[in-house]
Design a protein around this ligand. Structure first.
Ligand code: UD1
Ligand code: CA
Length: 485
C-alpha cells in the first residue's frame, strides 16, 4: 500500500519568554543542535510532501534555521489552533479532499519526539478502521498543566480539556478532567481535509481566550469523525520553556547517548563526564577518558583513544588514532590511522597522515602532514599573516625540531629535518636539513669572567638590591594596600 501524502506543520511562533533570551526559544541548543533542528530532523525522516514552520513576526533567524522548508508567519500569539491556521494557506493543495493527504502537527520546542512514535501514529491512520484523527498521548507521573484527553468506553477521544479550563470551571465534568492521567502530548495527525476544515472553525471561547488546537477532538466527534490515542513516552514529549528545562533536556539526552555509545562497544571510563553532539559517530573499541567534549561533526573510526580533558569538533579520527590529554581538535582536523596528538596541541583544518605525531604544545593550522612525520614540541604553523590564511606542507617522515615556527606558505618535503628553534620561511627540499636560527656564540671562560666582574667590591651588588631599591618595592606594596581600603 502506498502511503498517503503528508503535510507537516511545525509550531515555532512562541517567543519563549521564560528563556529570558534575545534568541527565540527554538534556536537554543541541545547536544549542539537547535530544538527546531531536532524536530525538523525527526519529521524529515518521515519524508513528508511539505513542511511548513510557523514563526512569529520578525523571526528571520528561525526562518533561516527552517530553510529550505517554507515558513508562515502567525501575527498574534492567539494559540496553537491559530498558529496552525497561519500555515494552512501554504497547504491548500494538500488539504483538498482529492489530495488524500494527512496533516501532521508537531511543536518546535519538543525536541525528543521520536520518528518511531510518529510512524506509529501514521500506521494507525493506515489501518482499515483508521480513525480520522490520532493524538499523541502519554501518562506522566505528574500530569501538572498538560491538557487531559477524555476517552469513551471504546477508547475513542471524547474531548481534550486544557488544565487552566478545568481549574477555572465549576462544571464537575471539566473538573473531573484534573484526575485524568492521560495527557495530550501535543503532536496531532489527521486526515488533512477534515483536520484543516475543523481548524478553520475553531473559536476562542475558553479560559485563556485562545484558539486551542485541541478543540478539534470534540468538534470531530460532534461531526461523526473518530479520534484515537497513540501512546508515547513522557521524555519524548518533554517541552522546553526555561534554561533549567533546557539543562534537564541536555542531561536526559546525554544520559541516553552515553548508554547508546557503550551499547555500541565504546568504553567510557566516566560516562557522566563525556558530552556528545547529536551527530557524534564513534566506532567500536574507542576509549574515551573522563572530561571529554564532542562538539558537532566528530567522527571516530575504530580503536581511537581520546584522553582526558580534550575538546573535539568537526574532526575525523581514523583507526587507532590517539589524542590528548588536553588536546583541542577544531573543524577540518583529520588524523590518519595511528596518528598521535598529545597534550596542549591544537589542530585546525589539518590532515595528519598515518602514524604522524605531534605530541606536545603545538599548533597545526591549515596544514598537510605526511605519514610518519614527527612534529616536535612547541612547533607552530604560522598560518595567518593578518590578512589571509596560508598552508604548510610537511612531507612523509619529515622531522620538525622543537620550537620551530613554520611561516606559511611553506613546505618541508619528505624526509627533511628542521633544526630545533628554526623559523622556516623557505621551502625545504626532500631529505634536506634546514637550520634557521641565530648562530650560537661560545666565549671560552666568558662565564668565569662575568662572575669575577660581579664580585668586584666596587660594584657592591652581590648582596642583592640596594637599600634604595628595596624601599621602593616596599613602598609600592604599601600604596597598593592603601588604595584597596
Ligand atoms: C499544548 C496543548 C496541551 C498539551 C501541551 C503538550 C493546546 C491548546 N494545548 O499546551 O493540551 O498538553 O501542549 O506540551 O494546544 N505556539 C505558537 N503560537 C501560539 C501558541 C503556541 O506557535 O500562538 C507554539 C509554541 O511555540 C509551542 C507550541 O505551539 O511550540 C505549544 O504551545 P504552548 O503554549 O507551549 O502549549 P501548551 O500550553 O503547553
Ligand atoms: Ca508547552
Amino acid at each position: 500500500m502506498t502511503e498517503r501524502p503528508l503535510a507537516t506543520v511545525v509550531l515555532a511562533a512562541g517567543k519563549g519568554t521564560r528563556m529570558k533570551s534575545a534568541q527565540p526559544k527554538v534556536l537554543h541548543k541541545v547536544a549542539g543542535r537547535s530544538l527546531l533542528g531536532h524536530v525538523l530532523a525527526t519529521v524529515e525522516s518521515l519524508r513528508p510532501t511539505r513542511i511548513v514552520v510557523v514563526i512569529g513576526p520578525g523571526m528571520e533567524d528561525v526562518a533561516a534555521a527552517a530553510a529550505p522548508h517554507a515558513t508562515a508567519v502567525q501575527e498574534g500569539q492567539l494559540g496553537t489552533g491559530d498558529a496552525v491556521r497561519a500555515a494552512l494557506p501554504a497547504l491548500t493543495d494538500l488539504c483538498a479532499p482529492e489530495a488524500g493527504a494527512d496533516l501532521l502537527i508537531v511543536f518546535g520546542d519538543t525536541p525528543f519526539l521520536t520518528a518511531e512514535t510518529l510512524r506509529a501514529m501514521r500506521d494507525r491512520r493506515a489501518s482499515p478502521e483508521a480513525p480520522s484523527l490520532v493524538a499523541l498521548g502519554f501518562e506522566p507521573d505528574e500530569p501538572g498543566a498538560y491538557g487531559r484527553l477524555l476517552l469513551d468506553e471504546n477508547g475513542l477521544i471524547l474531548r481534550n480539556v486544557e488544565y487552566k479550563d478545568a481549574l477555572a470551571s465549576d462544571d464537575p465534568e471539566l473538573r473531573r478532567a484534573l484526575d485524568v492521567k492521560l495527557c495530550n502530548g501535543g503532536a496531532l495527525l489527521g486526515e488533512a481535509a477534515v483536520l484543516s476544515r475543523l481548524i478553520g472553525e475553531l473559536d476562542n471561547d475558553n479560559a485563556q481566550g485562545e484558539y486551542y488546537l485541541t478543540d478539534v477532538f470534540a468538534m470531530a466527534r460532534a461531526d461523526g469523525f473518530s479520534a484515537r490515542v497513540e501512546m508515547g513516552e513522557e521524555w519524548e514529549v518533554m517541552g522546553i520553556n526555561s534554561r533549567s528545562e533546557l539543562a534537564r533536556a541536555e542531561a536526559l539526552y546525554q544520559t541516553r547517548r552515553r548508554e547508546a555509545a557503550m551499547a555500541e562497544g565504546v568504553t567510557l571510563i566516566d560516562p557522566a563526564s563525556v558530552f556528545f553532539s547529536h551527530d557524534t559517530a564513534i566506532g567500536r573499541d574507542c576509549l574515551i577518558e573522563p572530561q571529554v567534549f564532542f562538539g558537532p561533526g566528530v567522527m571516530l573510526e575504530e580503536g581511537v583513544t581520546v584522553r582526558a580533558y580534550s575538546h573535539l569538533e568537526g574532526c575525523r579520527l581514523q583507526n587507532g588514532a590517539t589524542v590528548g590529554p588536553f588536546a583541542r581538535l577544531r573543524p577540518g582536523a583529520i588524523l590518519g590511522p595511528q596518528a598521535r596528538i598529545g597534550n596542549f596541541v591544537e589542530v585546525k583544518n589539518a590532515r595528519l597522515g598515518q602514524g604522524a605525531k605531534a605530541n606536545h604544545l603545538t599548533y597545526l593550522g591549515d596544514a598537510e602532514i605526511g605519514a610518519g612525520a614527527n612534529v616536535g614540541a612547541g612547533t607552530i604553523t604560522c598560518n595567518y599573516d593578518g590578512f589571509a590564511k596560508h598552508k604548510t606542507v610537511i612531507g612523509t617522515k619529515a622531522f620538525i625540531g622543537s620550537n620551530t615556527a613554520l611561516v606559511a606558505p611553506v613546505s618541508v618535503a619528505d624526509g627533511a629535518v628542521i633544526g630545533a628553534g628554526s623559523v622556516v620561511t623557505e621551502d625545504v627540499p626532500a631529505d634536506g636539513l634546514a637550520i634557521a636560527r641565530g648562530r650560537q656564540l661560545v666565549i671560552e671562560q666568558g662565564a668565569a669572567r662575568l662572575r669575577e666582574r660581579q664580585q668586584d667590591p666596587q660594584d657592591g651588588s652581590q648582596d642583592g638590591p640596594q637599600p634604595e631599591a628595596r624601599r621602593k618595592v616596599a613602598g609600592q606594596r604599601t600604596a597598593g594596600q592603601h588604595s584597596k581600603e
